[in-house]
Design a protein around this ligand. Structure first.
Ligand SMILES: Cc1cc2nc3c(=O)[nH]c(=O)nc-3n(C[C@H](O)[C@H](O)[C@H](O)COP(=O)(O)O)c2cc1C
Length: 412
């Protein structure tokens, strides 16, 4: 098989669903929902653009399961069927060109900023550490009844996604959000059936999976994004992650995407200083190689992939089945087509910084905002702008978030 055709080869999931090639557009929170958290025309344009660009499986940015728990302004919330028509339009556009479109469903737990949440919820009342304490309130521990309600909500959102025409869902269990908080022995210090030994800490994610399966049936793909580790002292370790992967595979999950880190340790964005990680283009490939020996469930690794040779090698060596890519899709929306027709040139990742350490060190949000602005441009039907100034992002972040805080105060 030549170097390009391995990426063009379809992947067949255990339930018979075919993904037309090995390109997986990882979730990127678009922040393009309306003020009342409904899907918008911009989302439809954005996902149509990616579908036309040749990707095999496109995962939406995180969609929230509860309007009382948001990760950021502009999140879409799916908790009932009020926006079904708009969701159908989104699903239709994103599944054009035989593209799989899976909705990522999420609850932020304690990672819900102060301007949105006075009292976020989490497994235990443990605040985020360091500089983040300025931006996030200390969470309140969930009650047993609330935990059970949230499990039902994950199932309900997945059911609505299916009804709207999304072709799968992905459970967000990574990056320090609620499910990841339950898995972490640092963030989860409960002493009931939801905390303590790993068997208890993984109860939440397994119950979420079973509830979704119950509500969508066996033929509908359910994927998960899971941390290889939290890279945090006392956090969720690689060994524990492997135990969870084995269990998820055993109960029938259809696809596992590997990432790592959280807001406190953003390893998913390539922050690791480990030499072995820096040497390899994809941050979590080493972990995937180990997992591959444990399970047969299709695996995706996301984080760092930029060159065709690294993508080919990762699949050829058998470590992964699909190549997860996020940031490059904001600058090259038709990346798969370009790879297939031989015109793809990786763009050099350059740090997105204003150059003023006071701003750059305190606001990693600038980097996310910069990519967010590219998504917004695409949603408006404009071409990406790789030379966009970080100062324009700073202004954009300050005005949009300031406006949101003001609206919240006025109760709009
Ligand atoms: C603007 C932006 C928003 C993101 N939002 C999400 C999200 O909603 N859910 C998620 O699982 N990951 C999210 N991520 C992380 C990406 O899916 C991915 O794991 C990370 O960017 C590393 O992959 P890359 O090196 O290919 O960009 C986001 C990344 C960016 C840049």
């Amino acid at each position: 098989m030549n170097r390009i055709s391995i990426l063009e080869k379809p992947l067949i999931l255990q339930n018979g669903i075919t993904i037309k090639n090995r390109f997986f557009k990882s979730a990127m929170s678009e922040a393009l929902g309306s003020k009342s958290h409904q899907p918008t025309a911009s989302l439809i344009t954005l996902y149509r653009t990616w579908a036309e660009g040749g990707v095999g499986l496109s995962v939406t940015g995180n969609v929230m399961i509860d309007s009382q728990a948001l990760g950021e302004p502009g999140n879409v919330v799916v908790e009932d069927e009020r926006d079904l028509d708009m969701l159908k339009n989104w699903a239709k556009a994103g599944t054009e060109n035989e593209t799989q479109l899976w909705m990522q469903i999420n609850h932020p737990g304690k990672q819900s900023p102060k301007m949105i949440s006075n009292e976020p919820v989490a497994p235990s009342s443990i605040p985020l550490t360091g500089k983040l304490q300025n931006f996030f309130n200390t969470p309140r521990a969930l009650t047993e009844e609330e935990i059970k309600d949230l499990i039902k909500r994950f199932g309900n959102s997945a059911r609505i996604a299916k009804k709207a025409g999304f072709t799968g869902v992905q459970i967000h269990a990574a990056h320090g959000y609620l499910i990841n908080q339950f898995l972490s022995p640092y963030h989860n210090q409960r002493n009931d059936q939801w905390g303590g030994p790993l068997e208890n800490r993984m109860r939440f994610v397994l119950e979420v999976y079973h509830e979704i399966r119950e509500q969508v049936g066996d033929a509908f793909p359910i994927g998960i994004k899971l941390n290889s580790a939290d890279f945090q002292r006392g956090g969720f370790t690689e060994e524990e992650s492997m135990e969870v992967v084995k269990k998820l595979s055993e109960v029938g999950i259809d696809l596992i995407e590997i990432s790592g880190g959280n807001y406190e340790q953003p390893a998913m964005m390539g922050s690791s200083k480990k030499e072995s990680t820096k040497k390899r283009e994809a941050y979590f490939l080493h972990y995937a190689e180990k997992v591959r020996t444990l399970i047969n469930t299709p695996l995706v690794v996301t984080g760092g992939f930029r060159t065709v040779s690294a993508m080919n090698e990762a699949i050829e060596c058998g470590a992964v089945d699909m190549i997860g890519i996020a940031r490059p899709f904001t600058l090259i929306p038709d990346l798969p087509n370009k790879v297939f027709n031989g015109t793809y040139e990786p763009l050099q990742d350059k740090p997105i910084k204003t150059g003023l350490s006071l701003i750059d060190n305190n606001l990693p949000i600038i980097e996310m905002g910069w990519y967010g602005q590219q998504l917004k441009r695409m949603g408006q039907g404009k071409a990406p702008k790789p030379n966009l100034s970080p100062w324009s992002t700073l202004l954009h972040v300050l005005t949009s978030q300031g406006k949101y805080a003001f609206q919240k105060k006025r109760g709009l």
